[in-house]
Write a protein that binds this ligand. Structure first.
Ligand code: BGC
Length: 714
């Protein structure tokens, strides 16, 4: 539609109807019948007429339900403006993929895109138009439960994933490709840096720091075409994001030129009151509108007060028109004026949701998301003829979908035990639970020990329950629960090889399990096909290739610990050097780390020139050889360090990576190109530029074990 046509529609709306377009309610609100007003509507003190003009709804899905609701809605809506359906489809709709922290560990942008494409198709045929994803918050604190939703601690990698997810959700032509959904980048901004790792808590950082590390991934998602962005719950420099004009107007709208829809997070507008920047709902509505929030999700400040604010002249009606226009533009872009039901299709829904093809894709992504953290004496892969004991709370558990899989059904999930059973050539398996995730009985423990006694190898399936990570689920201790550590101790006493499978929504403190295990495979929350994917890797049908995108701390006392940190003036160890008296300063496992069943050998790195100029990029080359006996994939990483900047520069910064597949004995040359532009950063005056001088370039299999070469930027 032409903009003018949309403006004509807006002209016909009363102010009240315009404001209604800026409200988002959850599905239950629409259960209200003509005569009764209950639930959210009552709480929000909203009448049915407003409901019939509400712009969008969240959390409803299913083709028949969506079609029914849209029909009903259009019967009442005086202008025939269709209702917009949004939902959280974070890592799968019903076919659940690994949590994003796991998808990140694939370092595979095509797989990430594929996962989002599958999720989009299932979502779209089920009637939903917008997903609240990707979450692209940079994270450095594993106590924060929402690290599971992110792709880790690196701004470059997060930006690449942000783009890949947006491509997967939206495709190339959102209007005509009804199997795609609009993407909403979130949570703007810096939600991943709450003090103390406590969800919703204050974020305190300089704008320079925010621009350098935290903002790039949001920007990348928007540059890739994401139609929406969501505000975050936290404060940014003392002002909650949902009232933060500098963030939303100066940076997002003016500097970045974002034209799409800005939606608040759930209830975040009203939360301006407890935050302490609004005395009441009216002030909250005023501040959010002035900051540029188009849609208020699940709180009533706009519906109660915008009209009054316009009437008294504090808000111009033109501002409201602008917000409504953006909402209508999105509806138009999704083709809803022509077809308000869009992709909703009960038949297609039956065909594609949880289809064999989608499950296959989920299995592949899951297997590639696993990170082999340890593999002493080549304990893995397992020999199929060995006597195996599968022990632990996750042996048969289907709580493997992660906390953001609201439509993923556990009964559709494949447990590790199911995965073993499906490998029909694995004959000798005994199973015992040993303990629950957090509790146990003496009998359970005794049974596990008895069961494990006769095995050749013990596979321990341990971890956090899904609810232990995710929104509002921060943990101060990030070790395995005590009962599981006790189980490890008792099993260790049997003196048999131990393979540990870890389920977790965050990097863990691995005391009590790392030393005790011979091999450890981190499987995050692997999703619907988890058990199959785990067995693919355990038995060597798939060679693990994942690498960490978030450091595993030695212990919680180090947090935040991340690879791209600054040096101190006293980097040396020993007295008066930077140190802890009781623990190392290095993480247990660094960013980029992950093992394979094969080995890769790196040649000495070469550069085409040791002098780099604006016009003459240089190339960095390294030969990587598969020096083991199995085919495998290696993620070759390229980092830089600016030795002396105007601002202290991180000790390493990832600039590029390549995932390479190698047969045994095969060698490939990997080439990275480095340009002057990649060496730029935000200076104290917020200018984006580079500093001439010495740079160190690093190549390696992770951020720690690297070789280096120095070059000069002229
Ligand atoms: C979360 C968002 C989510 C929204 C809608 C909020 O509590 O922070 O990530 O998209 O709810 O469900």
């Amino acid at each position: 539609m032409e903009n003018q046509q949309l403006l004509n529609i807006i002209d016909q709306l009363t102010l009240k109807e315009k404001i209604a377009q800026l409200i988002q309610l959850s599905g239950v609100a629409f259960d209200a019948k003509d005569s009764e007003i209950t639930g959210p509507l009552e709480e929000m003190n909203m009448d049915l007429d407003t409901l019939h003009h509400t712009g969008s709804v969240l959390g409803i899905s299913g083709a028949s339900e969506v079609i029914k609701l849209q029909k009903e809605y259009l019967k009442h809506n005086r202008h025939g403006i269709p209702l917009l359906f949004m939902a959280d489809v974070i890592h799968g709709y019903k076919t659940i993929f690994p949590i994003p922290l796991g998808i990140g560990a694939t370092w595979d942008l095509n797989l990430a895109e594929k996962s989002a494409e599958v999720a989009a198709l299932e979502t779209a045929v089920s009637g939903v138009h917008v997903t609240f994803a990707p979450m692209v918050d940079l994270v450095r604190d594993p106590r924060w439960g929402r690290v599971m939703e992110s792709t880790g601690e690196d701004p470059f990698l997060n930006s690449e994933f942000a783009r890949a997810f947006v491509r997967g959700f939206q495709g190339k032509d959102l209007t005509n490709d009804v199997g795609r959904v609009a993407a909403c980048v979130k949570h703007f901004a810096a939600y991943g840096a709450p003090e103390g790792g406590r969800d919703y808590n204050t974020v305190n950082m300089s704008e320079r720091q925010m621009r350098e590390h935290y903002l790039p991934a949001y920007k990348a998602g928007l540059d890739e075409g994401a139609e929406l962005i969501m505000t975050s719950f936290n404060t940014v420099d003392g002002i909650p994001a949902s009232a933060n004009k500098h963030l939303m107007k100066d940076i997002l709208r003016e500097e970045w030129g974002f034209q799409g829809v800005l939606i608040s997070d759930w209830g975040a507008v009203k939360e301006l009151i407890p935050h302490g920047v609004a005395e009441d709902e009216k002030e909250a509505a005023y501040k959010a509108m002035r900051a540029g929030v188009d849609i208020e999700m699940m709180s009533p400040c706009y519906v109660h007060h915008l009209e009054e604010l316009v009437q008294e002249g504090s808000i111009e009606e033109a501002e409201i028109d602008q917000a409504v226009l953006r909402v209508l533009q999105l509806k138009d872009k999704l083709g809803l004026f022509e077809n308000p039901y869009r992709g909703a299709d009960e038949l297609r829904e039956k065909e594609v949701v949880l289809s064999a093809e989608h499950r296959k894709a989920a299995r592949e992504v899951a297997a590639k998301s696993f990170v082999l953290l340890k593999n002493q004496n080549q304990t893995l892969p397992l020999q199929r003829d060995k006597k195996l004991a599968l022990i632990g709370p996750f042996a048969k558990s289907k709580d493997i979908l992660g906390s953001w899989s609201w439509l993923g059904a556990q009964d559709q999930a494949v447990s590790i035990f199911d995965g073993f059973v499906a490998k029909t050539d694995v004959a000798n398996l005994v199973v015992a639970q040993g303990c629950e995730v957090e509790t146990s009985t003496a009998e359970m423990l005794a049974e596990a020990i008895e069961t494990a006694k006769n095995a050749d190898i013990i596979v321990l399936a341990l971890g956090e329950a899904a609810w232990m990570s995710g929104e509002s689920n921060s943990r101060a201790s990030i070790q395995l629960p005590a009962v599981q550590l006790e189980l490890v101790k008792q099993i260790k006493a049997l003196n048999k090889p131990i393979v540990t499978i870890l389920f977790n929504g965050r990097p863990l403190d691995l005391h009590g399990v790392f030393e005790e295990s011979d091999a450890i495979l981190d499987v995050w929350f692997p999703g619907t096909e988890g058990g199959n994917a785990i067995c693919d890797v355990l038995f060597g049908d798939v060679n693990p290739s994942g690498k960490l995108t978030m450091s595993f701390p030695y212990s919680v006392g180090q947090i935040p610990v991340y690879y791209n940190h600054f040096n101190t003036g006293r980097p040396q160890s020993g007295p008066y050097g930077t140190r802890y008296l009781d623990i190392p300063i290095e993480p247990l496992l660094p960013f980029g780390f992950g093992l394979s069943y094969t080995t890769f050998t790196y040649s000495e790195m070469q550069v085409t020139s040791t002098v780099l100029t604006k016009d003459n990029p240089i190339q960095i080359q390294v030969d990587v050889t598969n020096s083991g006996e199995l085919a495998g994939e290696e993620i070759v990483q390229f980092y830089i360090r600016d030795i002396a900047g105007e601002i202290v520069r991180p000790v390493k910064e990832l600039k590029a990576f390549e995932k390479v597949s190698l047969q045994p004995g095969e060698r490939k040359t990997i080439t990275f190109t480095l340009t002057e532009e990649q060496l730029r950063y935000y200076h104290s005056d917020l200018q984006w530029q580079s500093d001439p001088g010495t740079f160190e370039l690093f190549v390696g299999p992770n951020s720690r074990d690297v070789q280096s070469i120095k070059i000069i930027l002229k």
